[in-house]
Design a protein around this ligand. Structure first.
Ligand SMILES: Cc1cc2nc3c(=O)[nH]c(=O)nc-3n(C[C@H](O)[C@H](O)[C@H](O)COP(=O)(O)OP(=O)(O)OC[C@H]3O[C@@H](n4cnc5c(N)ncnc54)[C@H](O)[C@@H]3O)c2cc1C
Length: 461
């Protein structure tokens, strides 16, 4: 029987709001297209589920028919470890995007298919903050399951540290609750390696009264490249306290993509407090600077430009304790070389993500499988292009990018945040070198997913 025939039976038991698209259907591409098409899954169908029961029935159907499946929310995962082809299916969670907020009790319920922007809007409407990622079109749960970096971690720690409980469809199609009192060892795994254990249909998370009536602050600074060492050192020396976050990037300025050094600063609080916190940057003589208060639901807007779907965007990343000014200069030269050789890659970016980790380190290390609370910087490079002939040059460039950072770091072992990993790293590089942590992850994998149904995203082997 063909995949199409097998899916007819499934369709008849799903909610009326669910649908199934096949290649050639008008909705197939919009429902499968990813942020990066580099090494992307090429499924034979996409099942647009509408309810938790749909997710359960779909997983049970897939297991029964031995069909491989992959849950998808924002489609922003860029790993090369996908293993989905034309006889396999995508379970698209986007129709499960409800977010309800209870400001009095201080929690929010996020459905598994909600995007970051949808969570922020719902929280903003109720005058609370919920810790979700910094990019509007990323899946809130997709980001959370790896740790969940966010500007708000400066005040409340990462997304995983704000989980109250999760509803999960397991590899056998059972629906379970995971919380500190129910399946707690599994909860520990889901907090950092969560893409490997099931499909989260909803998450109950903390909600906090909004800071400064929801008015935060942001600043965009553009520098000449001769400031690279100074900027890098300033970031290294800065005490990243509550409210503070920085993106320092080598990127192309619109509309022509002229290579530039851009620093984005964000602060949760008043402009006066922000200027004090970031004072050293105002002394660095940017050639352009604009700062303003911004309502929290618009805080991510400045990053929207890099979130369009389609095209190839292979990405590499290294996690670091410190930034190295000389390595930053070398990366700038490396970035320019690629841009000169491949002018169409004008939207490419090298991004130094600098978040505050003080609150993250207040949370006990043992509470989650996330391994990198001690690291401060996550440097990512994404090359944007549309011609696959560039792939081999891009891959060589990416290897060199990591080598520059690793050699300068003085750290003997490479480390990478799971949500930023390329796909060619070892388990240790992604989930940590601690043997006990790896054993616990493998043990729970054997309990909950012995057949490896959830093994498409940096698998636990
Ligand atoms: C432009 C951009 C900005 C980003 N910004 C941030 C950021 O601010 N903070 C941060 O921490 N990360 C960030 N990331 C990384 C991001 O967290 C990961 O790429 C994440 O995996 C994306 O989730 P998604 O749902 O959008 O992608 P998808 O590709 O749909 O999913 C990625 C993985 O998560 C799984 N998944 C998705 N939803 C669920 C669910 N409900 N239950 C179980 N598994 C699920 C999928 O099966 C897949 O394995 C960013 C990535 C990009 C491309």
């Amino acid at each position: 029987m063909s995949l199409k025939d097998e899916l007819q039976a499934l369709k008849s038991v799903l909610n009326d709001a669910a649908s199934i698209d096949f290649p050639g259907d008008s909705d197939f591409c919009p429902n499968t297209i990813r942020w990066s098409e580099y090494a992307a899954p090429q499924p034979g169908a996409v099942i647009n589920v509408a309810t938790e029961s749909d997710v359960q029935k779909t997983v049970q159907w897939a297991v029964q028919n031995n069909v491989k499946f992959l849950a998808q929310t924002g489609g922003h995962g860029w790993t090369t470890t996908w293993n989905i082809g034309e006889s396999d299916v995508i379970i698209n969670l986007r129709r499960m995007n409800n977010v309800s907020v209870n400001p009095k009790e201080g929690y929010a319920v996020i459905e598994g298919g909600a995007l970051v922007q949808e969570v922020i809007e719902a929280a903003y409407g109720e005058k609370v903050h919920v810790v979700v990622g910094n990019c509007n079109s990323v899946g809130a749960c997709g980001a959370m399951l790896g740790g969940g970096f966010s500007r708000l971690q400066a005040n409340y720690s990462m997304s995983i540290d704000n989980i109250v409980s999760l509803r999960l469809v397991t590899a056998t199609g059972d629906i379970i609750t995971v919380s500190p009192t129910q399946n707690s060892e599994l909860l520990w795994c889901l907090k950092g390696a969560g893409h490997n254990f099931g499909i989260v249909t909803s998450a109950v998370v903390n909600a906090f009264p909004e800071i400064n009536n929801g008015m935060h602050w942001e600043s965009t600074m553009i520098f000449l490249p001769d400031h690279i060492e100074e900027i890098t050192q300033t970031i290294n020396d800065l005490d990243m306290g509550e409210g503070m976050s920085i993106h320092y990037a080598f990127t192309g300025l619109p509309p022509f993509g002229f290579p530039a050094v851009v620093v984005e600063l964000w602060y949760a609080g008043t402009p006066a407090a922000a200027r004090q916190a970031f004072a050293p940057f105002f002394d660095l003589r940017p050639i352009h600077q604009e700062s303003s208060p911004v309502p929290y639901n618009k805080i991510n807007a400045v990053l929207d430009r890099g979130q369009y779907k389609g095209g190839f965007k292979p990405t590499w990343s290294v996690a670091l304790e410190k930034l190295d000014p000389t390595a930053a200069r070398d990366l700038w030269k490396h970035f320019l070389q690629f841009r000169l050789r491949h002018p169409s890659s004008k939207n490419s970016v090298v991004m130094f993500e600098c978040y505050a980790f003080g609150k993250v380190r207040e949370v006990p290390e043992a509470s989650a499988s996330f391994p990198w609370r001690n690291l401060n910087f996550h440097v990512c490079a994404s090359l944007f292009y549309t011609d696959s002939a560039i792939d081999k040059h891009a891959n060589a460039w990416g290897d060199k990018f990591r080598q520059i950072l690793q050699e300068a770091s003085g750290m003997r072992k490479n480390k990478v945040y799971v949500n930023y990993a390329t796909g060619d790293e070892s388990m240790e590089e992604i989930y940590g070198y601690d043997l006990d942590r790896l054993k616990r992850l493998r043990d729970q994998k054997a309990v909950w997913d012995p057949k490896g149904r959830f093994s498409h995203y940096h698998p636990i082997l």
